[in-house]
Write a protein that binds this ligand. Structure first.
Ligand code: NAP
Length: 279
């Protein structure tokens, strides 16, 4: 049996073992997936331990995604572009780093029937998740990506990577409304609305979205944020962050196992496992 895990701090609440072990069993793979608490200052010790103990690979969450970049022997294109690693395969004593954040979101769009090429995206937020999604969308040929963020420098840094496709905008009600006017797709990558975080002060900007524009929120806890509830009331198709969580996990397992995995077969199984796990 080959060992996989997620490392991070905090990490013990992670749904990754449940999601991955559900898929591993359904596919009949010879892996077991665990959770390992690795503090920020313990990362290099963990890397040595991973090789010594023969771990086949691991996922990484806060606070390790950026710190892993210089520790990799090989980096895939997305991990290099985002300067963040969330999936590591250990092969023949070497580390192969991947990032599944952007690719996972593109799969979510495909499954929702939303094209990337030529579409105009308005993205709220410019943190870690937004960075991966915005750069992936621009790289995959989005017509325009407007990045609205409270801290201007973070949105401007993203715009500097693909200046012809990514435009930085502010986060005032007027700027949000304006950015929604030309959107074909709206994506919330802030933590506004997440359990334990504040909500949007007002959602009037949604009134500026053209009719029928799909709205995605990366948050899955709660299942429906105020943003999604309001967008749904206005007649927009809405998607929460659960499909992204699952699609990223599928991509990671593809890297670990070398197999192509059919998302349509896995998604219902994982959704059921997560549902059964609810308190
Ligand atoms: P992050 O790096 O901390 O970024 C947080 C973003 O939210 C920043 O753009 C920040 O703006 C903005 N923000 C926070 N408080 C705000 C406020 N009061 N007003 C305006 N903007 C505010 O976090 P992250 O890792 O990108 O995660 C963002 C969200 O995505 C979280 O809810 C996370 O759970 C979710 N997520 C979901 C998945 C999934 O699989 N579904 C994957 C990754 C992340 P500033 O730059 O101005 O601080």
């Amino acid at each position: 049996m080959k060992k996989l895990c997620v490392i991070g701090d905090p990490v013990l609440h992670s749904k990754s073992p449940l999601i991955q072990n559900t898929m591993i069993r359904a596919l009949g793979l010879d892996y077991e997936y665990f959770c390992v608490l690795v503090k920020k200052e313990e990362l290099t010790d963990w890397m040595a331990r991973a090789l010594r103990e023969g771990w086949a690979g691991f996922n990484a969450t806060m606070p390790h995604k950026q710190a892993l970049v210089p520790l990799m022997d090989h980096l895939d294109t997305d991990a290099a572009l985002f300067q963040a690693v969330n999936t590591v395969c250990c092969r023949d004593g070497e580390f192969y780093g991947f990032n599944t954040d952007g690719g996972g979101f593109v799969r979510v769009l495909e499954q929702a029937g939303v094209p990337v090429k030529g579409s105009r995206f308005t993205v709220l937020g410019a943190g870690g998740a937004a960075k991966a999604i915005v750069l992936e969308l621009a790289e995959q040929g989005a017509g325009q990506v407007l990045v609205c963020n409270r801290t201007a420098e973070k949105a401007e840094a993203l715009s500097a990577v693909f200046p012809d496709r990514i435009t930085a905008r502010g986060f005032s009600p007027a700027e949000l409304s304006d950015a929604c006017k030309s959107a074909d797709v709206l994506v919330n990558c802030t933590n506004l609305g997440m359990i334990g975080s504040p909500s949007f002060e007002n959602l009037d900007f949604l009134q500026s979205l053209p009719g029928g524009v799909p709205v995605f929120d990366l948050i899955y806890h709660p299942e429906q944020t105020d943003l999604l509830a309001e967008a749904e009331d206005l007649g927009h198709p809405v998607t929460n962050g659960l499909p992204l969580l699952i699609n990223q996990a599928i991509l990671s397992l593809e890297h670990f196992s070398g197999l192509a995995i059919d998302p349509a077969a896995m998604i219902p199984l994982v959704e059921k496992a997560l549902d059964d796990d609810k308190p």
